[in-house]
Design a protein around this ligand. Structure first.
Ligand code: ASP
Ligand code: MG
Length: 444
């Protein structure tokens, strides 16, 4: 058995859905379980509709038109989603009347995207003569806590999913399960979501719980690449990546997978393969627990822009115990998360990626320290085998020095697979190019 996950852009319209159906057909013999996101930008459009509803207007045209057009083009009328459409309309009317949107209602609202896409896909596969059955995730055991918009799946999921899908795995039931990504229900039966991009986690959870042969996530590129191809046109696929490397890649700006999606796999060792839907034959990249082949010590270079660097130098409490504790407490108080950090006895340099609450935070920090806030920075991360640190640092920084790039803060070692540093945002693309050339050869 395998799991095949397709994201929003893979099912963005009728043509793409037909293409996905062809891919599913090609893997029929592997007993696939399919996990789908909402069509295209439907999740965003639902959230927009919610905002308009709070302001007093119910307008769900964008979402309805896309789904109606798609059903028509796929020839799957009468519509498999009429009931959902009516319920969605009703919900928005409710939001409009109350002029209020709680997190719980928000999750209920965005769940319609995934619920509609699985119904459309299952109906189309059936029309094409392939037995298929759609499931809302909770129908096959996706139970979560009640932390709306960022729910955690419950431990019972490991037992519940197989109890629902074992018959399919063992060949007693032939209908290919088409399952909603992203959503679950809490123990009270309210709909929850696993956070934006959460369909990846749904897929890896499902595959791990079912001890699948492989979890495939289908993209529009040849797997995980050595850099963003928009910055480095000669970025190339990385054949093999570890869970830990994939996690760091996700955190540090690669769009390839949701950062939390590796968690279930870490427990079972289920391999994840990132495949290109435009190049089915290509093996893509495989994500595994430990490297099985000798690879380049550098896996990939990533960057994140719009970063703020904060330098904090102790004044009052020089050398005193509790300086760091005091500093970190202010971040906790203002609910600001720290990304990269480097410290010395009396100073701390760290980065954040939000402006929200920044003024309040800085005012509090200034009570005990000199604080210097520098906006417009970027984090560059070299995802690599830290066992070769000296060599990688030497090679990378020699290349940067030759190009007069001044690095402003370095953090290395906490993660065993990541060396990250800060530079000016307007230099970040150049930095990625220089490093890519240094580690992977000439940029064409
Ligand atoms: N549809 C959801 C989102 O856009 C979940 C996903 O695509 O993974 O965030
Ligand atoms: Mg999406």
């Amino acid at each position: 058995m395998i799991v095949m996950k397709f994201g929003g852009s893979s099912v963005a319209n009728a043509e793409r859905i037909r293409h996905v159906a062809e891919i599913i057909k090609a893997y029929k013999g592997k007993r696939p379980v399919v996990v789908l996101s909402a069509m295209g930008d439907t999740t965003d459009h639902l959230l927009e509709a919610a905002e308009t509803a709070v302001k007093g207007t119910v307008d769900i045209r964008k979402v309805m038109e896309l789904h109606e057009k798609t059903q028509k083009e796929l020839g799957i009328l009468p519509s498999p989603i009429v009931d959902l459409q009516a319920e969605l309309q009703q919900l928005l009317t409710g939001i409009c009347m109350l002029k209020e949107l709680t997190k719980r209602t928000r999750d209920y609202l965005v769940s319609f995207g995934e619920r509609m896409s699985v119904r459309i896909m299952a109906a189309y596969l059936q029309k094409e003569g392939l037995p298929a059955q759609f499931y809302d995730a909770w129908d096959i055991g996706f139970i979560s806590d009640s932390n709306y918009m960022a729910a955690e799946l419950d431990e019972s999921v490991w037992r519940l999913i197989p109890s629902h899908l074992d018959d399919y795995k063992n060949g007693k039931n032939d209908a290919i399960p088409i399952v909603t990504g992203f959503i679950a229900k809490d123990k009270e039966g309210h709909i929850t979501t696993l956070g934006r991009g959460g369909s990846d986690l749904s897929a890896t959870m499902l595959g791990s719980a079912m001890c699948a042969e492989e979890i495939q996530t289908w993209k529009d590129v040849d797997g995980i690449l050595t850099a963003d191809p928009r910055i480095c046109p000669d970025a190339r696929p990385v054949p093999e990546v570890t869970y830990e490397e994939a996690q760091e890649l996700a955190v540090f700006g690669s769009q390839i997978l949701h950062p939390r999606s590796m968690v279930p796999c870490l427990r079972t060792g289920t391999p994840v393969r990132v495949k290109n839907s435009y190049n089915i034959e290509s093996p893509g990249s495989i994500i595994v627990a430990k490297h099985t082949q000798k690879t380049n010590p550098v896996c990939a270079i990533t960057s994140i822009k719009n970063i703020t660097l904060i330098d904090i130098v102790s004044t009052r409490m020089i050398g005193a115990a509790g300086f760091l504790a005091h500093i970190f407490n202010q971040f906790l108080k203002w609910n600001i998360s720290i990304d990269v950090i480097a410290t010395s006895e009396v100073s701390v340099s760290l980065t954040i990626n939000t402006q929200t609450n920044l003024d309040g935070l800085v005012a509090d920090l200034k009570k005990v320290a000199d604080v210097n806030v520098k906006k417009g920075k970027a984090i560059i991360a070299i995802i690599c085998d830290v066992a070769s640190t000296s060599e990688i640092l030497a090679q990378g920084f020699t290349a940067l020095a030759r190009n007069n790039i001044n690095v402003q803060m370095i953090s290395q070692g906490a993660s065993k697979v990541n060396i990250s540093f800060i530079c000016n945002e307007d230099q970040s693309s150049d930095v990625v190019k220089i490093l890519h050339k240094a580690f992977f050869g000439e940029t064409r």
